[in-house]
Structures are given as structure tokens and as C-alpha cells.
Design a binder for this molecule. Structure first.
Ligand SMILES: [Zn+2]
Length: 173
């Protein structure tokens, strides 16, 4: 059975990309935590419009269960409303006989997911990463070079060349 993926705020901030063949859910409170004009929010909106991510509010009884478990573990002060909702929605899917997978880099959230018996993963093990492309540039004259190595001397002004990240590109494996 394919897992139902439930996404936390940190997943969107880290640049989670939902594929169209999976079932991806998040909650209204997670969307509320993302800055409205920010890229993660805009990308989530686009994913909702195309049906790749669905927004769903967990039922109150699951929120209550999660709250009790969080209190037991001494984690209650460390969780936002959105964190609680993500866990509650996960628990709700589990109760329906589904196989939820929580995506979050939040340690407290993962800790509770573990106690509830929900599968969880951080973004780093999700198979989606950012690969950085480096470029070589001259800190003196600001020229960018494609074919020289860092520590070589700038052919224009003689300053030692450095490297910097040119862009981050998402890769999916
Ligand atoms: Zn130079």
C-alpha cells in the first residue's frame, strides 16, 4: 500500500515537491504558518490548484489524543498548532487503516510521531535534495570564470579566485 504523505511546515520551507502520483496532505494551519508572499506558500498554492497536495483539517478527537501523548512526553510546549495538526491528521489516517508518512525536520514532532507509531522522515532522507552548482569568481574585479579553478589567479587583475554557490537546483531520485 502506498503511504499517505502528511507534510509539516518545515517540509515546505525545505522545498518539498509533491509528485502527481502520490497522495499528499497538509493542514490549513501549516499553510497559515507559511509567509503569504513567500515562495513556499506560492508553491503550496500551486500544488493545491493542480491537485498534487490536498488540504485537510484533522478531527478534534485525534487532536485530543495527540495533545495527551505530547503532554506525556513533555513536548507540548515545543509544538505549534500546525505541528499538532500534522500529527493528528497522521493519526487519523492510521485509524482509517492507511499508512501515513509524516515529512518533518522538527525533532519534537518526530519524537511524538515515533510514540504514536507513525512513520516519519526528514527532508534529508526523503530523496529530494538541493544540489549546489558552484561558480568561480574573482573577489577583486568580480569577473566570473567557467574554466578556472579556485586559488588560480585572475587573468584580468591577478587576485586569487574563489568559489561561491551559483544556484541551488532540486533533484529527485
Ligand atoms: Zn580579477
Amino acid at each position: 500500500m502506498k503511504p499517505v504523505i502528511v507534510l509539516d511546515t518545515s517540509a515546505f520551507i525545505a522545498g518539498y515537491e509533491a509528485s502527481s502520483d502520490g497522495e499528499n496532505y497538509t493542514t490549513p494551519s501549516v499553510m497559515g504558518e507559511l509567509e503569504e508572499s513567500g515562495l513556499p506558500h506560492l508553491r503550496l498554492e500551486a500544488a493545491i490548484e493542480t491537485g498534487r497536495i490536498k488540504i485537510m483539517e484533522p478531527e478534534e478527537r485525534y487532536i485530543n489524543q495527540v495533545r495527551m501523548i505530547a503532554a506525556e512526553l513533555g513536548e507540548i510546549g515545543k509544538l505549534s498548532e500546525a505541528d499538532m495538526d500534522v500529527l493528528s491528521l497522521g493519526l487519523q489516517f492510521k485509524d482509517l487503516g492507511r499508512k501515513p508518512l509524516i515529512i518533518s525536520d522538527d525533532y519534537s514532532l518526530q519524537n511524538i510521531a515515533d510514540r504514536i507509531g507513525l512513520d516519519y522522515r526528514g527532508m534529508t532522507t526523503q530523496g529530494i535534495k538541493h544540489r549546489i552548482r558552484w561558480e568561480i569568481y574573482c573577489p577583486g574585479c568580480r569577473e566570473v570564470f567557467q574554466n578556472l579553478r579556485p586559488n588560480a589567479l585572475c587573468p584580468i587583475c591577478g587576485t586569487k579566485l574563489k568559489r561561491r554557490p551559483a544556484e541551488k537546483e532540486s533533484i529527485r531520485r
